[in-house]
Write a protein that binds this ligand. Structure first.
Ligand code: DLL
Length: 440
């Protein structure tokens, strides 16, 4: 039944911590029992660590269980981590597999139902309601973004426009003609849509869109400000990963926009020190680890996401009691080590977006000079600045960017400014890092 309220599932989203932890424990025990019985990988993992399913009698006991990693999915490709036969699944999804075989995940009908409800909750948290027209520009296909959002939109009682990514002029026409209230896309593709509107002589603030659900790639508060300003909307951060479910694992609420509420009745979160594996207390930054609590086809136990965040258990002003995770700082894999200093691309983005002379498109290019690695930041000036700036102005701009980078990051990066419309535009997840170190 469709509920009209600012919280889609008040029972689950406003449960007391004590009741939530009791529910999590009950579901955790069941997940572990089923995984141990049905997935040889999990049985071996438990057996090797000398842990038996019945040893898990509290949420803390989970710490006795070894972690799962992305390589475990690759090594068990395609179906060896499924807890049901693949032909008993309703659907299969996966990651794009830019580095070798894709990582494949499965969903039973019940999993799809749960996922749809989780996403419906997320859309309501973002400010959506039944009756909304919702323009869904996440890619449809093996990627979980398109179909993940789609089922949630329908479950909410809103109207899905399954436009998928790409063909920006058509996206803009459909936005004008269908008058959606909600939009979902990656933040980088949304910039592309905004740029397309301007090229067509349209004011992006004049659309019917009131809220955007943006995620699938790291983005910053500075990028949020820009998207909100350009489109005149609320920009809401949604997080998820195919291994754990897809979009909806967590979402910001439009009331606070202060951390992403985790769907804790389905996913148990931990933060660990990525080097030692030690579990860190609330508030400390580390690697996010998830255990699924209801998934039938593809249970994950202590899955290391590779994403850096922290957890906040304080009650939110929106009324939800679920734990919130911080915005993702970046993926451990994407952390740059420049002259011994750790830098995430999001930290570079935060500096660049402080310059009104620059368009919000950038790429970080790593090169090798002799034995030293260098880091170039390719950015792009806006068409307005291009028209008005002299060569001296541009020199000054480069010096300022460089100085602000040094202040913010503590390390030298080399900014390079390019003409308008020269850097690649994203239609899905933006490629932020180009590693040319092996070409030298
Ligand atoms: O990107 C699922 C998704 C679709 C999330 C649509 C949100 C919206 P994967 O392709 O498996 O799944 O990629 C998951 O993307 O581990 C993070 O590194 C990154 N990521 C996802 N959401 C965010 C976000 C989808 N809001 C990987 N902020 C994750 C930062 C994000 N990074």
């Amino acid at each position: 039944m469709v509920k009209v309220s600012n919280i889609f599932n008040p029972e689950m989203e406003t449960m007391s911590r004590k009741d939530m932890e009791a529910l999590q424990l009950e579901r955790l025990k069941e997940t572990i029992r089923r995984s141990y019985e049905n997935v040889p990988f999990h049985k071996e993992n438990f057996d090797k660590a000398g842990v038996r399913p019945e040893d898990i009698q509290s949420l803390e006991d989970l710490q006795k269980v070894p972690f799962m990693k992305k390589t475990d999915l690759r090594e068990n490709y395609p179906f060896k981590l499924f807890a049901v036969p693949p032909n008993k699944c309703a659907r299969i999804h996966g990651s794009s597999g830019t580095k070798g075989k894709p990582t494949i995940v499965g969903y039973t009908h019940k999993d799809i139902e749960n996922w749809a409800e989780i996403v419906a909750r997320a859309i309501v948290a973002a400010g959506g309601r039944p009756g909304d027209i919702f323009h869904n520009a996440y890619g449809y296909g093996l990627f979980t973004g398109g179909l993940g959002l789609h089922y949630g939109i329908e479950r909410l009682g809103a109207t899905a426009v399954p436009v998928s990514g790409g063909n920006t002029p058509r996206q803009i026409t459909l936005i004008q003609d269908f008058q959606p209230r909600g939009l979902s896309a990656t933040p980088s593709y949304t910039l592309n849509i905004i740029e397309g509107m301007k090229k067509m002589g349209l004011n992006p603030r004049d659309t019917s869109i009131e809220y955007g659900i943006f995620g699938a790639e790291p983005w910053t508060e500075e990028m949020r400000e820009q998207l909100e300003e350009e489109l005149g909307i609320k920009a809401i951060d949604i997080y998820g990963l195919s291994e754990v479910m897809g979009p909806g694992v967590s979402i910001e609420c439009h009331e606070a926009q202060d951390g992403l509420h985790i769907a804790e009745d389905h996913f148990l979160a931990e933060i660990i020190n990525p080097e030692t594996g030690e579990v860190l207390p609330y508030g400390e930054e580390g690697e996010l680890v998830f255990t699924s609590l209801t998934k039938e086809a593809f249970p994950v136990i202590r899955y290391r996401t590779g994403d850096i965040a922290s957890l906040n258990p304080e009650k939110c002003k929106c009324g939800r009691t679920t734990i919130r995770m911080s915005r993702i700082k970046g993926r451990i894999d994407d952390m740059l080590i420049i002259r011994g200093v750790n830098v995430f691309p999001t930290e570079i983005e935060a500096v660049l977006l402080g310059f009104s002379e620059l368009a919000p498109h950038y790429q970080v290019v790593l090169k090798r000079e002799g034995v030293l690695d260098t880091c170039e930041v390719q950015c792009e000036i806006t068409p307005e600045y291009q028209q008005n700036a002299s060569a001296d102005d541009k020199e000054r701009l480069i010096r300022e960017i460089s100085a602000n980078m040094k202040d913010a990051l503590g390390v030298t990066v080399v900014p390079c400014i390019n003409e308008p419309n020269t850097l690649p535009r994203s239609e899905g997840k933006a490629i932020r890092i180009v590693d040319k170190r092996n070409q030298y």
